[in-house]
Design a binder for this molecule. Structure first.
Ligand SMILES: C[S@@+](CC[C@H](N)C(=O)[O-])C[C@H]1O[C@@H](n2cnc3c(N)ncnc32)[C@H](O)[C@@H]1O
Length: 264
């Protein structure tokens, strides 16, 4: 079993806090701000923010169009309203959310701020598929639709394709996936220099190309519009898309996003 990070090393930037600052949050301390601030206007940050907006829209779409109000967020990070559970809880008092993060600080923070009923925060390493499935079984109604949200997190896993494959093989037919991933085949040097800066801070980041991401999602039937830059995925279909765009949407982003479902 792979253990979560149960200690806090205050001498190094915390990757969950750096992600939080890049996403527009205020939970970074000096060490994290030193890493994140030079990246705030980068293609990486723009793509990360658009990917989070996509995840909110996709969860809202699942809730409204497919009556899905049970969502597992893999790598939830620090709470940044509106969170996945706030969106699913809008619709139903029976909505359930499992927030998973292996970072002690992110999980503790999420737990402290959690207000949605029927929701839990689990400090679990998502590469431990058995532990993830145990959380799903413990919290979710096995007779109701279920979605897994892997958005903005697979990039932090060296072996993300293998992890997703292992998880997917254990999920029940009909399970949905909300997926986004930073790309290394769109913005070239902009992404590689941001990845290098994160690497210098001890944060391993793994953008992937379209072919790799397509293969990761192969078991899933992708709904329209397919695998696409996150800001182009149903861009107006939301009540929760409250973040102001950083740039006019006239160009492609260094990220891919999709909503998929395992066949019945
Ligand atoms: C970019 S942040 C938040 C992403 C969030 N899903 C979003 O859409 O904004 C990624 C989070 O994934 C978490 N994470 C990274 N590797 C993980 C792992 N192996 N298991 C669980 N969580 C992990 C980090 O701690 C971090 O909080």
């Amino acid at each position: 079993m792979t253990a979560p990070n149960q200690t806090v090393d205050a001498s190094r930037p915390n990757s969950a806090r750096v992600c939080n600052v890049l996403l527009g949050g205020i939970d970074g301390y000096e060490l994290e701000l030193l890493v994140a601030k030079p990246l705030l206007d980068s293609q990486l940050t723009i793509a990360m923010r658009k990917a989070r907006r996509f995840a909110r829209r996709a969860v809202e779409h699942l809730r409204n169009q497919h009556q899905v109000n049970q969502v597992v967020e893999l790598g939830c990070g620090f709470q940044l309203s509106p969170d996945i559970g706030e969106i699913t809880a809008d619709a139903s008092s029976t909505a359930r959310t499992v927030y998973i993060d292996n970072d002690l600080l992110a999980a503790t923070h999420a737990r402290a701020l959690l207000t949605e009923p029927n929701s839990v925060v689990s400090e679990v390493n998502l590469t431990d598929v058995t532990a993830v499935l145990a959380e799903i079984t413990a919290v979710m109604d096995s007779t109701a639709p279920l979605a897994v949200c892997l958005s903005g997190t697979a990039e932090l896993l060296a072996d993300a394709p293998a992890v997703l494959h292992a998880l997917t093989s254990q999920l029940r037919p009909g399970t949905w996936i909300v997926f986004s991933h930073i790309a290394d085949d769109v913005a070239g040097n902009d992404i590689s220099s941001a990845v290098a800066a994160l690497g210098d801070a001890g944060i391993a980041f793994h953008p992937r190309d379209r072919d790799t991401i397509t293969a990761m999602l192969a078991p899933y039937r992708l709904g329209a519009p397919g695998l696409i830059a996150p800001h182009r995925w149903r861009p107006t279909d939301t009540a929760h898309d409250t973040l102001r765009p950083l740039h006019p949407d006239t160009w492609d982003l260094a990220a891919y996003a999709a909503l998929g479902q395992l066949p019945h």
